[in-house]
Design a binder for this molecule. Structure first.
Ligand SMILES: [Zn+2]
Length: 296
């Protein structure tokens, strides 16, 4: 609001340069507009500012001084022992410790003991990869059928093939009698996955004209993992190890992100601290100018 008042007074005096010209004149390298005469350097001393010009200048200097004072305060704060940047860095440091503990806890997760399964043979009787897919095999005396839920289905421009569905056979039926009761549910759900992976592998081999496995057994569907001890699926895939690896990667990414945030806080603090001498010099200049104008 104050600025407008001053501008009104200045407009009545018709002595200040229009803002547009002042702005163009400040462009680096520019000396004049097209169509305007090239300004000639004048040797005459500048005329004393009128009262309203002095007021206007004073107001703008005061605003500038407030801005510089803020810079000085921040720069001085950045040089103290307890500053907000260090506080935030300390808090982030606490979070980093928690993440490190989580990683250590993950690495300390106990190794379990799961019994191996007997080498009951798997006999493959049919592998038709498509239209519709039919994968038939027996584990011991239990017959399993897998079929594709849909024929080749078009989704947009890509063709997605139907996933295999188990249409016959119960994974719980192939659990050996000697498996203790508290492991049977876990093993049933493991075998459900492992059998699906086995059937999908047979389909894939037929697609690629690769030979089918000729001596697969029940033991191959649930090998104890040498790292975590849980059962691995057909083909040696360990879901527990994969899950741990994913969680570890996520924690490591979190650690890196927080470390970067911490480094950014220190960078910001150092930038403010470095600014102090310049800010003090600018403050002195603007205060000198204000004092000179106030005496007019
Ligand atoms: Zn494992």
């Amino acid at each position: 609001m104050r600025r407008w008042k001053f501008w009104d007074e200045a407009a009545s005096n018709q002595e200040t340069a229009p803002p547009e010209t002042a702005q163009s004149g400040s462009l680096p390298g520019r000396t004049a507009h097209a169509g305007e005469p090239v300004p000639k350097p004048s040797s005459a001393p500048p005329p004393l500012p009128t009262h309203s010009e002095a007021q206007q200048r004073l107001a703008s200097l005061t605003r500038r001084r407030d801005g510089i004072l803020f810079d000085v305060e921040q720069a001085e704060l950045a040089r103290t022992a307890d500053n907000p940047w260090r506080e935030r860095m300390a808090l982030l440091g606490e979070t980093l410790k928690v993440v490190q503990n989580d990683i250590a806890a993950l690495d300390r997760e106990p190794r379990v003991v799961r019994p191996p399964l007997p080498p009951t043979p798997i006999v493959i009787s049919e592998v038709t990869p498509d239209d519709p897919a039919r994968i038939l095999f027996t584990v011991g005396s239990t017959e399993f059928h897998y079929e594709s839920d849909l024929d080749w289905a078009e989704k947009g421009t890509t063709i997605a093939r139907g996933e295999l569905l188990r249409t016959q056979g119960d994974p719980a039926a192939i659990i050996p009698d000697e498996i203790p009761g508290d492991l049977r549910d876990e093993l049933a759900s493991h075998l459900e996955n492992s059998l699906f992976i086995f059937a999908t592998d047979l389909r894939h081999r037929a697609d690629e004209d690769q030979p089918q496995p000729d001596s697969a057994t029940l033991a191959d569907l649930a090998q104890p993992c040498p790292i975590c001890g849980h059962w691995q699926s057909w083909g040696g895939f360990c879901a527990t190890c994969a899950d741990r690896a994913n969680r570890r990667r996520a924690l490591e990414a979190e650690f890196m992100r927080i470390s970067a945030e911490q480094a950014a806080e220190e960078e910001e603090r150092a930038k403010w601290a470095e600014r102090l001498p310049t800010a003090l010099r600018r403050l002195k200049d603007v205060e000198d100018e204000i004092a000179a104008l106030s005496q007019l």
